[in-house]
Ligand binder design. Structure first.
Ligand code: GTP
Ligand code: SPV
Ligand code: MN
Length: 604
């Protein structure tokens, strides 16, 4: 950490870089926001410790029980600021058409004027942190540099875990002007003055009025997905809201799978899956849990990196049975946000192991008693932990070229209609599956929870340009990938008439994953249905599972009437995108209707 009290608002103490463009931009930001001092972050342990001490002194961080949770802290955000705000998130391209019908658009000069007025003097009395970071393994041809200027110490500490932060980024950057410019101020955390604006043409992001997650950790959703997807289309690669796992079989062969699920629909859990006992000798290695950058390699395969270095994961529902890997990962050096606290300084959330404690302090710092109708932890409460804490971290997570993807999976949260697993007939059909992905909304974004919405490729809130052109990019990628990954759709969340989940999920998802891998390697059969290929009962390993075959059958079932309704929904969504919707996808829908009209046998 390098700091100095400036003699004037624009003074920058002991800069860690001589990059003239970087210095000029930091000067501009300081003149605009008028901080009391400017601190360059070097990413050292000493800096982290000093900031943590300061965070505790300021009440931003609450120390947790050091015996139970060494190096862990609790942060409580403003109760009005607990999730991403999609309605205040804007793509600021020259024309509205470039942003497309699924994004909010603001004209770039108007955005600069509007947010500029909010930034003016916003850091008076505060420290302006300069946070340089790398997205991706340093030295990877896919890696990107960003610099986030922020007045939030919490953001600095989170960026320190979520990215490769500090000197490493400045060294890689050198004198180059090729870096993402992120400017963030919490202002007064007023939802009326909360905006997250993306300027893809300038590789810049301005965020004001929030201190939470994806709104403010600008390397994550803003750079790695919204700006990333925009650059990816221009440069021939893909930025996706996907986790990445390596599945090692008992012979030591590892197959890599990438999977897109909308926010709070199971990526982190799938990325940390522990195979059930039946799968003796199998290992699942986490490469990434949220974001995936992919590009075709010289060998004709699609290669992927995880641009992040940590996990910003959903706390509720995480326990030793559902996700033991996460429980170990977050047992030290973790920042918890908006969870509840026990009297002895442990953390708690709905769906954690063991008895519900008699008394807690809830996520807002209020006393809470067992049986209270209110949730003790916020439904979107989260943990931030460095990936090196993960006992099953892939040894290839830092490989500059990434890992080769054999299968791509799309999954949503659907209590009805969508079967457990289906393989697409081919790439175009798979793109259609992704493009029509629907999911019930969750607490990860503000707004109504539990309503089905179309969330194509789990990218609805994260695609930085017109969605129809994004589909076109997906179709186009098939021309530069010789060995195309196989595409699948899954649904862990189907419910019976009694409201129970039909499929046990979590570790048991290994059974589906195994079929996916076998199919990707063309090692197993399947049954052709109207929707795509589904597992043959004989080739789908359910041994040693405590679930009834009737439930599995119901989870896999295809109901024509529900699918007719589903297709009406696809149509409605496609209509919205009509101006740029690729013809292949419209035809895929027609084909699906035709297949459903013919009364095909569904199951052996
Ligand atoms: P983001 O970080 O918001 O992008 O979410 P994510 O996609 O990583 O979701 P995550 O794995 O954190 O899971 C979200 C919620 O879904 C948690 O409460 C999990 O316990 C629950 N969940 C995850 N996998 C399963 C599953 O297989 N079955 C069931 N029933 N619930 C699951
Ligand atoms: C998501 O909402 O998809 C997340 C959490 O991963 S956030 O970082 O807030 O975007
Ligand atoms: Mn996410």
């Amino acid at each position: 950490m390098s700091s100095a009290t400036s003699n004037g608002v624009s003074g920058v103490g002991a800069p860690l870089s001589r990059n003239p463009q970087l210095l000029a931009w930091i000067g501009e930001c300081a003149r605009l926001t008028k901080p009391d001092r400017v601190v360059w972050c070097d990413g050292s342990l000493a800096e982290k410790e000093a900031l943590t001490r300061e965070g505790v002194a300021l009440g931003i961080l609450i120390p947790l029980n050091p015996q139970k949770l060494p190096g862990c802290y609790l942060h409580r955000s403003n109760p009005n600021d607990v999730a991403r705000v999609e309605h205040f998130t804007f793509i600021c391209t020259k024309t509205k058409d470039e942003a497309g019908p699924t994004n909010n658009w603001m004209e770039p000069r108007e955005a600069t004027r509007k947010l500029g007025a909010l930034f003016d003097g916003a850091m008076r009395g505060r420290t302006m942190y300069v946070v340089p970071y790398v997205m991706g393994p340093p030295g990877s041809p896919m890696a990107k540099i960003g610099v986030e200027i922020t007045d939030s110490l919490y953001v600095v500490l989170n960026m320190g875990m979520m990215t490769r932060m500090g000197r490493v980024a400045l060294e890689l950057l050198g004198d180059s002007n090729d870096f993402n410019r992120g400017l963030h101020s919490m202002l007064d955390v007023d939802p009326e003055r909360r905006f997250i604006c993306h300027f893809p043409d300038d590789n810049a992001v301005w965020s004001v009025g929030s201190g939470y997650g994806g709104n403010v950790l600008l390397g994550k959703k803003c750079l790695a997905l919204r700006i990333g997807s925009y650059l990816g289309r221009r440069e021939g690669w893909m930025a996706e809201h996907m986790m990445i796992v390596g599945v090692e079989d008992p012979h030591g062969e590892t197959t890599y799978v990438a999977a897109a699920f909308p926010s709070a629909c199971g990526k982190t859990n799938f990325a940390m899956l522990i195979p059930p006992r039946r799968f003796e000798g199998w290992k699942v290695w986490t490469v990434g849990d949220d974001i995936c950058w992919m590009r075709p390699g010289p060998d004709g395969r699609l290669w992927a990196i995880n641009p992040e270095a940590g996990y910003f994961g959903v706390a509720p529902g995480t326990n030793h049975a559902t996700n033991p890997t996460a429980m170990r990962t977050i047992s030290k050096d973790t920042i918890y946000t908006n969870v509840a606290m026990t009297p002895d300084g442990d953390v708690w959330w709905e769906g954690k192991d063991g008895e519900v404690p008699e008394e807690l302090v809830d996520w807002q710092g209020r006393p809470w008693k067992k049986g209270s109708p209110e949730k003790a932890a916020h439904p979107n409460s989260r943990f931030t932990a460095p990936m090196v804490n993960n006992p099953h971290l892939s040894p290839h997570v830092n490989d500059p070229e990434g890992v080769p993807i054999a299968a791509i999976v799309f999954g949503g949260r659907r209590s009805t209609t969508v079967p457990l697993v289906v393989q697409a007939f081919n790439w175009v059909h798979g793109v259609y599956m992704g493009a029509t992905l629907g999911s019930e909304t969750t607490a990860a974004a503000t707004g109504q929870v539990g309503v089905v919405r179309r969330d194509p490729m789990a990218m609805l809130p994260f695609c930085g340009y017109d969605m129809g052109r994004y589909f076109d990019h997906w179709l186009d990628m098939s021309t530069s990938i010789r060995d195309l990954p196989k595409i699948f759709q899954v649904n862990w969340f189907r419910k019976g008439a009694d409201g129970r989940f039909l499929w046990p999920g979590f570790g048991e998802n290994m059974r589906v994953l195994k079929w996916i891998i076998d199919r990707a390697h063309r090692r197993t059969g399947g049954w052709e249905t109207q929707l795509g290929w589904v597992p043959h009962q004989a080739e789908f390993d359910l041994s040693g599972m405590s679930v009834s075959l009737e439930d599995v059958d119901e989870a896999e079932s295809i109901d024509r009437a529900s699918w007719k309704r589903e297709l009406d929904d696809h149509e409605e969504f496609f209509q919205k995108l009509a101006a740029t919707m690729p013809r292949e996808l419209v035809l895929q829908r027609e084909l699906l209707i035709a297949r459903l009209d013919r009364d095909m046998r569904l199951k052996p």
